[in-house]
Design a protein around this ligand. Structure first.
Ligand code: NAD
Length: 421
């Protein structure tokens, strides 16, 4: 996902844009160039080839990656993505974002990320199991509960985490629930993990709405993406009394200015977050982003708000549930237009926060109630939002740069104390 944006012709290389903001953040904090040299790329990047026996008897070789960005603070942590468009650069950028998120919500982790180039929508249940187990065998030497802890991401779920856990435990010859998070509850998963990203986004929306003087009751919300993040968020917004007037998936978008029937759509969506195929009267994802609304939440993929459409965004608040949905140019345009942008590294940090809670519970062997998890998540997210909002106002920088400044600081200090830079 590093190519030219078809609409603007501008480069949309997510790694290059992340590096640009990291450089600015380190400069603002007064760190030397060596610190940027350390942080601009993962410290470790493994590429693996995974042979998988397919159901028809043939063998297919899949390419997978695991990036570990920086482990000065603690073990690295981050999801595994199964998607046909996964690239090495994307996995690297995603691992850097994980480091930033861990810094923003103050977790004892660095960032990691994995990906396999595949399309799980075209694979059988058993083929997916063999691929998941093969990936763990391929990366087993560099992962573990005190080294690097995987989790779900796009098109991976708790069943895939269960297979990965089982494979890892077999290799190590002991049960090791802290190896991976996002597991089913019966295997040591945490209450509240599945909806944690959307819960965190909901808290950010509420805090941002307060700053903008918007009452969530009857506020008009548009959400791009109806997968794990987008669908739970639609439900939480609907339950909070907001009107969800637009949602979308990879095949199109639905719009009703009077509010969509969210419960019906949740009931009809498939496990890949697809629902619009059931309707004739759809609009495009491009049209969805420009709808007249109060709050816009990109919760699907990268590079959706660019310099081409940023001038046409009508929302007063944009909260990035997805990783990397807004380009650097678009961030500038939205900020100049006084649209409050809550950046991905803050808005979607609820997922890794509850993954951390899951890991803590696994290490303790003592499990918390859903209320305990939600109470702790609430406190963490509100503090992180306030911290970044105040820094942005105080230093007169945009919310993304403020979030990066908070996100890199602990990692940079830990790297300095260790004598790396
Ligand atoms: P998911 O696979 O559950 O759902 C993805 C959704 O996006 C689906 O509805 C899909 O149809 C839609 N989509 C895919 N391609 C699209 C396109 N070209 N245009 C419009 N819609 C498209 O994924 P998810 O877990 O909900 O993740 C969504 C985003 O949130 C990703 O950027 C992910 O990295 C980020 N995120 C997720 C979590 C988490 O815990 N799930 C945590 C942090 C960040």
């Amino acid at each position: 996902m590093e190519d030219k944006d078809k609409r603007s012709g501008k480069t949309t290389d997510v790694l290059a844009s992340t590096q640009t903001v990291i450089k600015k953040a380190l400069d603002k904090l007064g760190y030397p160039d060596e610190m940027y040299e350390l942080m601009k790329e993962p410290i470790r990047m493994l590429t693996v080839r995974i042979p998988v026996r397919m159901d028809d008897g043939s063998t297919k070789i899949f390419t997978g990656y695991r990036a570990q960005h920086n482990d000065a603070v603690g073990p690295t942590k981050g999801g595994v993505r199964f998607h046909p468009n996964v690239t090495e650069k994307e996995v690297k950028a995603l691992s850097i974002w994980m480091s930033l998120k861990a810094g923003i919500v103050d977790l004892p982790y660095g960032g990691g990320k994995g990906g396999i180039v595949c399309d799980p929508r075209d694979m059988s249940f058993r083929e997916l199991e063999r691929l998941s187990r093969g990936y763990v065998r391929a990366i087993s030497q560099i992962v573990g509960p005190t080294k690097d802890i995987p989790a779900p991401d796009v098109f991976t779920n708790s069943q895939i985490m269960a297979w990965m856990l089982d494979e890892y435990s077999r290799i190590r010859e002991f049960d090791s629930p802290g190896f991976i998070t996002g597991k089913p509850i019966v295997l040591g998963g945490s209450h509240g993990r599945e909806s944690a990203t959307a819960k965190g986004v909901t808290i950010c929306i509420r805090e941002a709405a307060k700053k903008k003087g918007i009452d969530l009751q009857d506020a008009r919300v548009v959400i791009q993406g109806f997968g794990n993040a987008g669908s739970f968020l639609a439900k939480f917004m609907h339950d909070a009394g907001a009107k969800v007037i637009g949602i979308s998936d990879a095949y199109g978008a639905l719009h009703d200015p009077d509010g969509l029937d969210i419960d019906y759509l949740l009931d009809r969506r498939d496990s890949f977050g697809t629902v619009t195929k059931l309707f004739k009267n759809t609009i495009s994802n491009e049209e969805l982003l420009e709808l007249d609304c109060d709050i816009l939440v990109p919760a699907a993929i990268e590079n959706q708000i660019t310099e081409k459409n940023a001038h046409n965004i009508k929302a007063q608040i944009v909260v990035e549930a997805a990783n990397g949905p807004t380009t650097i140019e678009a961030t500038e345009i939205l900020t100049k237009r006084d649209i409050l942008l809550v950046p991905d590294v803050l808005a979607s940090a609820g997922g890794v926060t509850v993954s951390y809670f899951e890991w803590v519970q696994n290490n303790q062997g003592y499990y918390w109630t859903e209320e305990e998890v939600e109470g702790k998540l609430e406190a963490v997210m509100v503090h992180a939002f306030d911290n970044i909002y105040k820094l942005a106002k105080g230093r007169k920088v945009d919310m993304r740069l403020a979030a990066y400044m908070v996100g890199v600081r602990k990692m940079a200090e830990a790297s300095r104390f260790r004598g790396w830079v």
